[in-house]
Write a protein that binds this ligand. Structure first.
Ligand code: GLN
Length: 242
């Protein structure tokens, strides 16, 4: 079985090691004897969404986000169709914001893809630091690092998790990210997936089910070092007692 992972705009969107999420997905497929192809999708490139099983899109600065608007405009209909058809997407921070309606950065309004019913506005105070979530998608807490000036209002959308430590979507709302169909939008860098192997496997399972149907079981991996790293952060931040 083969999984094709598109890495969207790696030149403009790759903050805090977010491309490590692509490596993590690839490794966990290869360790299970599957094939993984990574397609870097550069700004301005034509994208054949039909080829993709997973799309990974990392965080970006306000400047990178503004530079991407024209390119995003061009791929919007195909991107939206891919999501509505169950296409798998991980969008981190600046990318999460751009899946929504808009990101208002001071006077500038950066148009989003309008795929998620969310919007973001920049505030003076950045939210920076470690973050821990409780998410229905993982038995262990989800750990990461956030660094954003944007506050994201998700309305009736389903959050990715409840904030146990850190700030999340709005800083004080208690929730983080969005899950919609097979999309996770989140503020968690880290990169997110190496220390949260169940979240990585959530993406892989969704992608395999979509492409290969019921035959797509994932074999167990030991995850010993990954879970040790996860537990270490959970403990360090006092979330083991919550
Ligand atoms: N520019 C956005 C913000 O600061 C996104 C930053 C990021 O991707 N880390 O809110």
């Amino acid at each position: 079985m083969k999984v094709t992972i598109g890495h969207l705009y790696p030149d403009l969107f790759n903050l805090y090691g977010d491309s490590g999420n692509v490596q993590c997905m690839k490794k966990r497929l290869v360790w299970r004897g599957m094939e993984a192809e990574v397609l870097p999708l550069g700004a301005g490139e034509e994208i054949d969404f039909g080829k993709l099983d997973i799309l990974v899109w990392g965080g970006g600065s306000d400047r990178g986000q503004a530079l991407a608007v024209d390119y995003l405009n061009r791929i919007q209909p195909d991107f939206k169709q891919y999501v509505e058809d169950g296409g798998v997407v991980l969008a981190v921070c600046g990318a999460f914001q751009l899946l929504g309606k808009y990101y208002k950065a001071g006077e500038e309004i950066i148009k989003g893809l309008d795929i998620l019913d969310i919007y973001t506005e920049r505030c003076d105070q950045r939210l920076v630091g470690n973050i821990v979530l409780e998410s229905p998608l993982s038995d262990t807490p989800v750990v990461g690092f956030e660094n954003h000036a944007g506050r994201t209002v998700i309305g009736d959308c389903t959050p990715f998790g409840k904030v146990l430590y850190g700030r999340g979507n709005t800083g004080d709302g208690g929730y983080e990210g969005v899950v919609y169909k097979n999309v996770i939008g989140t503020y968690l860098h880290g990169p997110l997936l190496p220390k949260n192997p169940q979240i990585c496997d959530w993406f892989l399972k969704k992608a395999l089910e979509r492409r290969y149907g019921g035959d797509a079981a994932l074999t167990e991996l030991s995850d010993e070092p990954e879970l040790r790293a996860n537990r270490n952060m959970v403990k360090r931040l006092g979330c083991d007692k919550k």
